[in-house]
Design a binder for this molecule. Structure first.
Ligand code: ADP
Ligand code: MG
Length: 326
């Protein structure tokens, strides 16, 4: 549906995007992740034909955005970082204005009415945009993207600046829209896209550093069976015991000490839950367990790792993360 090939964007001597390529199929919900300044908005502005690229091509449903901008734009609903709202218009006037701008041919009244209902702004449709809360304004921004029923929706950081309640509302709305559209959602917050997006593309410094299925990232986290253990017992003996227990790998003593309790870290071998045998073995020896917790890796960790070490594989990242946690 969207094909981006070797996209480069320079702002003067500043390279904002260097050789960005990816493809998005129809119906995909893609999270476009990266820290501030990574190049997310630049990429989205180029895909939507709002900004020209230095080199490279973007096609939407086979139509080149540069050669056939009107046709490509007809296929995309875009919510830019700063929605182009007119504060002196009422919601209804504004959506009618967008309708004309997009040269929409659907039944005007019915179409705008449906959009208002779906983003739940029907009750404010006669209010001036300037008098709306930030959350409502963002919904109006989403509404303008929906005018003309475009099959592709591109939203640039749609929840930035909203309060927690508004964030939940906008997320629910995005989830609903994702059932019937191809969606690209940019954000610098992983949790934002983890629940909604099937695929995550991570960009940093104008370079794509990862492009994976969300569940693939999640699996790495789940498979990372690293534990931290606190035991009141002689450090050397406990470590020896850990190293000799079947199913335990890479056991190490940590420097941390809390009274008579020493801390250790270890990994359990794939497919083995060592917690039960470990408990009984320690009890047998009379060493009380003060704490045992799994120290996994969340997407935030993966993201930081990716940004720091773009060449690393996810598997080695999991290991690196475990080492850092010790
Ligand atoms: P993001 O949306 O991921 O925060 P942007 O795409 O807005 O990142 O910006 C990418 C880089 O390009 C940043 O370093 C930013 O400072 C720079 N940049 C963005 N727009 C301009 C511009 N109009 N002129 C010069 N530099 C720009
Ligand atoms: Mg941006």
């Amino acid at each position: 549906m969207i094909k981006i090939e070797h996209l480069v964007k320079n702002y003067g001597s500043h390279v904002a995007l260097s050789d960005v390529s990816f493809e998005i199929s129809e119906g995909e919900i893609v999270g476009f992740l990266g820290p501030n300044g990574a190049g997310k908005s630049t990429t989205m502005n180029i895909i939507t034909g709002c900004l020209s690229s230095t080199s490279g091509t973007v096609t939407v449903d086979g139509k080149d955005v540069l050669e056939d901008p009107l046709e490509a734009k007809r296929l995309i609903g875009y919510l830019p970082e700063t929605p182009p709202l007119y504060p002196d218009m009422s919601v209804e006037e504004y959506l009618n204005f967008v309708y004309d701008l997009k040269r929409c041919t659907l039944d005007r009244k019915a179409h705008i009415g449906e959009i208002c209902a779906s983003v739940r702004i029907t009750d404010v449709r006669r209010r001036l945009i300037r008098n709306l809360s930030k959350g409502y304004r963002q919904r109006v921004g989403i509404a303008q993207a929906l005018v003309g029923n475009p099959p592709v929706l591109i939203f640039d950081e749609p929840t930035v600046g909203l309060d927690p309640k508004q964030i939940i509302e906008v997320r629910n709305l995005l989830r609903t829209l994702s059932r019937t559209h191809t969606v690209i959602l940019s954000t610098h917050i992983l949790q934002e896209v983890q629940a909604i997006c099937g695929r995550l593309i991570i960009i940093n410094d104008g370079v794509i550093v990862a492009d994976r299925r969300t569940e693939e990232l999640t699996r790495v986290i789940r498979d990372n069976r690293r534990y931290r253990l606190r035991v009141a017992g002689p450090q050397k003996e406990v470590l020896e015991l850990l190293r000799n227990l079947p199913g335990i790998e890479r056991a190490e003593a940590l420097t941390e000490r809390d009274g008579e309790a020493f801390s250790f870290s270890f990994e359990s071998a794939a497919g083995i839950d060592v917690r039960r045998p470990l408990f009984f073995r320690l009890a047998e020896r009379g060493y009380p367990v003060y704490g045992l917790e799994a120290v996994g890796m969340d997407l935030e960790d993966i993201f930081l790792q990716l940004v720091d070490h773009p060449e690393q594989s996810l598997e080695s990242m999991a290991a690196a993360r475990s080492r850092r946690r010790k």
